[in-house]
Ligand binder design. Sequence first.
Ligand SMILES: [Zn+2]
Length: 145
Amino acid sequence: MRCPRCSGVEDRVMDSRTAEEGAAIRRRRECLACGRRFTTYERLEEVPFVVVKRSGHREPFERAKVVAGLKAAGKNRPLSLPLLEQIAAEVEETLRLEGSEVTSQQVAWPCWTHCGGATTSPISASPACTKALLTQATFSARQAC
Ligand SMILES: [Zn+2]
């Protein structure tokens, strides 16, 4: 880490401890060239997760929208909110493995699967998916996703 005083890049870590309730690691460093002490914080890199709409428009992925879509699709079905949230969370986790950008179709696919609109998905069905499919046999709700 470049020294704020002399711009030297050699330093030693004098102390390391967690900060921000475990969300960061605080390191106390000492520049080997000039002896200046400074502090750095290490955090998880926040990877932006973006949905590319059919129009080409990009917007941040919002799990709440997936939940809303599933909810609208299943309004006449006994789908509990915790189940919908679990499905949405699994959809998000699966999609994040695909990269930092997904298309709206990719988001819709697992939704369709849940809605009975599709029985195969390019994304393998999660346990919650399968469970939902078993209990929600057939209702078509493409438009809701
Ligand atoms: Zn220095």
